[in-house]
Design a protein around this ligand. Structure first.
Ligand code: 9MR
Length: 375
């Protein structure tokens, strides 16, 4: 089967059932051999996986993915819990895992309002520190972490989630104290610490026109100021009916038109009723039984819709493979997914590429079978 035929085959996205029962054996190709000529195929690792303890997940990661990102272990709270104390244990293990497996290792994330160590933006009395002090703290934080992994980390999410859907800046402590300049400063410090690392701006709801407008302006402004930004990360925490795929594509094209690459950095799709449209971890909603309709298993009809929509996204990524440099799933298997606890704690969601038994979802099998037929 030639490339064009493979693409058409994927586009139909219909005949899942024919292949749904076929077991994938170790001789069959992984996702990275199906998609690796188009973009990096990544996955977020938790510490059970990067330490090797979750052996079933590790086997999936080794077979299917050629890039990893730290789901939590490089966040400020974990890696820099106190001003004078860094804790690199988990991050070191994560980077080593990637190196030993020959993977592109991605650092997540340097400056983010969330999971920020409590000391970072305030003094001992809890009052905001001055602009000068915050700049110095950001510089120390970024320089220490980025230089430690210089040459070993392919790219960094330098700033995460700084812009709101309406295009305004998030009222974070960083913004309160430094205004928009905290973003360019973060890119400057990261660039100085590792001149060869790729540098990214990463956010959710990147399809929204307001956010799109401001992110495009941000990229242009950074570049006009002589700073390096390699790619824009569209996180891709999506639902079956949200967002509109056309809007998602328009944003993808708008970011690419600035001249940087686009990455799908945190891809997952909830199969549950959507109660809000954010990925901001503090926007939670109380549990109700009606919000957890499939505690045992996903009904076939919902599973079919979920797989068809994931295929539609994958086809979009393949269509724009010339500008997309990485597609990363936010977790290995459904049991690992943050979506089980967000925005409603204690639900059973089905958001990832592999199910709770570590089996590939039908749309993944379809991709793998396409490759088997091609060779
Ligand atoms: O998946 C992550 C979850 O395990 C953490 O509890 C949470 C808070 O640190 O962060 C989740 O990952 C977030 C990512 O770092 C940034 N974009 C939104 C992701 C989902 O909240």
């Amino acid at each position: 089967m030639n490339r064009k035929k493979i693409f058409c085959f994927l586009l139909t996205g219909a005949a899942f059932s024919a292949c749904a029962t076929r077991q994938v054996t170790t001789e069959e190709p992984g996702l990275k051999s199906v998609l690796g000529d188009k973009f990096l195929v990544g996955v977020a690792l938790n510490t059970h996986q990067s330490s090797g303890r979750d052996t079933a997940a590790v086997r999936i990661v080794q077979r299917h993915f050629n890039s990893i990102v730290a789901e939590n272990c490089m966040k400020c709270q974990v890696i820099h819990p106190q001003e004078d104390r860094y804790d690199f244990r988990q991050a070191d293990e994560f980077v080593k895992f990637g190196e030993e497996n020959g993977m592109a290792v991605i650092g997540h994330c340097l400056i983010w309002h969330s999971q920020l160590a409590p000391w970072f933006c305030v003094d001992k009395e809890g009052c905001n520190v001055s602009a000068e002090i915050l700049k110095q703290r950001m510089k120390d934080h970024i320089t220490t972490i980025v230089s430690r992994y210089r040459g070993r980390i392919k790219g960094w999410d330098v700033v995460n989630e700084a812009i709101m859907e309406d295009g305004s800046y998030r009222q974070s402590k960083f913004y309160e104290i430094l205004g928009e300049s905290f973003i360019s400063l973060a890119f400057q410090y990261a660039q100085e610490a590792d001149p060869d690392a790729e540098l990214y701006y990463n956010d959710y709801n990147m399809h929204t026109p307001g956010k799109r407008r401001t992110v495009v302006k941000l990229v242009n402004d950074l570049r006009a100021a002589g700073l390096r930004i390699t790619a824009v990360g569209m996180q891709g925490h999506v639902g079956m009916d949200y967002p509109d795929l056309d809007e998602f594509e328009q944003s993808l094209q708008a970011y690419a038109a600035t001249g940087v690459k686009v990455m799908i950095t945190e891809w997952d799709m909830s199969a549950l009723p959507m109660v809000n449209h954010t990925a901001n971890v503090s926007d939670t909603v109380a549990f109700r039984k009606a919000l957890n309709p499939y505690p045992e298993a996903l009904p076939d009809s919902v599973s079919d819709r979920w797989n068809a929509k994931m295929t539609a996204y994958m086809n979009l990524f393949i269509k724009h493979a010339d500008v997309i440099s990485r597609v990363t799933a936010w977790g290995v298997s459904d049991g690992d997914s943050w979506k089980n606890d967000f925005p409603v704690h204690g639900r059973t969601d089905y958001a990832l590429l592999f199910d709770r038994n570590y089996q590939p979802k039908p749309f993944v099998k379809e991709l793998l079978n396409t490759k088997s037929e091609a060779y």
